[in-house]
Write a protein of this length. Sequence first.
Length: 149
Amino acid sequence: MQEALVVRRETHIPAPPSAVFALLTDPEKILRWMGTEAEIEPQPGGIYLVNVTGARFARGSFREVVPVHRLAYSFGWDGSEIVPPGSSLVEIDLIEQPDGTLLRLTHTGLPNAEQCAGHAEGWAHYLGRLVEVAAGRDPGPDPMHGRYD
């Protein structure tokens, strides 16, 4: 795997790891910051299914779930031949800090630089919305709503 084909994001979230973990694993809470529909079974082998923009489902399954500390799940897009369901891996670590949580996201297994750039943009967008929700603010309407790309 080429290091260039890895998406890495770190963001500080002004909430404890338990609150951030809930925002990542509770379907109702996920919809506050990302997506229009979600089916989540946060246990190894459980489904990860989120209609991210209202026009496209991300699908995979959980590989690792360590409550309030770590999530790893396969990831891909329904109907995509480039990044099919379950073809890449998202790993999220939550590190407790005195003033909240450091979220470290690593997304591997994407097939090319164009896909890495697109997913990096998407993760930056949605992690920004996650920060807003964790801080008790309304992120407003999602400008990505309806996008298929």
